[in-house]
Design a protein around this ligand. Structure first.
Ligand code: SF4
Ligand code: SF4
Length: 320
């Protein structure tokens, strides 16, 4: 990364806690930055996701005071998420739409600066080929970010702002040479993604097909795919009735977990693994495209990498 950006990030660290992809043993993980030199600019997909910065795995929503629910404070310092690749920006754009009226999410978002990044170097996630994610300027206007750094070769780059906050921070940091891109909504002028529409059509007619019964025998319903997915956002609400510490908590859920879809009286809609896995795919490739005109999968490949029994989303989709 060139000197101008290094100086800019060092200045940013005076105001923000920086988080970025970094080498962590054999993998790349998103972690707090202790030294700007540790940031990984290779464009490799981090193993973990950015969603925990906006949707913590466990979050207190309400305290109970004098028998009434009182909103808990979201205590999040100012954070700069640095080096968010195009695939993960797409995932954050979806979360932003889903949680547009969620005060907890939005309070965190207000306190976070998102700095996207694309390099021209080969990226491992491109092999998943579920959707194409090359950096192009007309893609940026459909993504939510504050600042974006496009690196074309060592030392050669172009900088964009995607919000007033981004513009302000760039100017304050002494970076004048940038282009402003206004968010134009998630759908491109050419219309919704054709591959997304095709997958939606195929998925709609796939219930009961052999693939889901085959997966029933293999999948162990551990939920690792959904917990590690940057777009999975289902959650559970849990009330503690401890009289000394009553609280309502929101925590990450997964359609693979045993209590998912369990209702009072003991009924459960998703009572087999094949129903659970079908539901997971149906949500991503039918319901989310229907509600948001965006795919519920951004093709990062994390689910395929973490699945302990080797289920690969790209292979499942080919069969569908
Ligand atoms: S990670 Fe694999 S085994 Fe676990 S729930 Fe997902 S598909 Fe099933
Ligand atoms: S490839 Fe898997 S982990 Fe990545 S967005 Fe799609 S479903 Fe989620």
């Amino acid at each position: 990364m060139n000197n101008e950006i290094q100086v800019f990030l060092n200045k940013l660290s005076e105001e923000f806690f920086l988080f970025a992809p970094q080498q962590d043993g054999a993998v790349i993980n998103i972690k707090e930055v202790r030294d700007i030199g540790d940031v990984d600019w290779s464009g490799r997909m981090p193993t973990n996701t950015w969603k925990a910065l906006f949707l913590p795995a466990r979050e207190k929503m309400f305290d109970i005071s004098d028998g009434r629910l009182v909103k808990s404070k979201t205590s999040q310092p100012k954070i700069a998420a640095i080096g968010v690749n195009v695939v993960d920006l797409k995932a954050l754009t979806l979360l932003e739409l889903v949680f547009s009226r969620d005060v907890y999410y939005q309070e965190r978002r207000c306190n976070t600066l998102i700095i996207g990044y694309s390099s021209s170097w080969p990226n491992d996630y491109k092999k998943y080929k579920i959707f194409s994610h090359n950096f192009e300027e007309d893609i940026l206007e459909h993504l939510i970010f504050d600042i974006f750094i496009a690196q074309f070769a060592v030392g050669r780059m172009k900088i964009y702002s995607g919000s007033e906050k981004g513009q302000h921070i760039l100017e304050e940091g002494g970076i004048k040479d940038y282009e402003h891109i206004e968010f134009a909504g998630p759908i491109s002028e050419k219309g919704p993604d054709k591959k997304m529409l095709l997958l939606k059509k195929k998925m709609e007619s796939s219930q009961g097909k052999r693939i889901w019964h085959e997966l029933n025998k293999i999948c162990i319903a551990c939920g690792k795919c959904s917990i590690n997915c940057p777009t999975c956002f289902c959650f559970d609400l849990e009330d503690s009735v401890d009289p000394d510490n009553p609280e309502r908590v929101r925590k990450w859920g997964s359609c693979f977990y045993n209590d998912f879809s369990l209702v009072a009286g003991g009924g459960k809609e998703l009572d087999t693994v094949s129903k659970k896995i079908f539901f997971w795919y149906y949500h991503k490739f039918v319901r989310i495209p229907f509600e948001y005109m965006m795919p519920g999968c951004v093709g990062c490949g994390r689910c395929s990498k973490v699945c302990p029994v080797g289920i690969k989303i790209e292979e499942v989709l080919k069969k569908v």
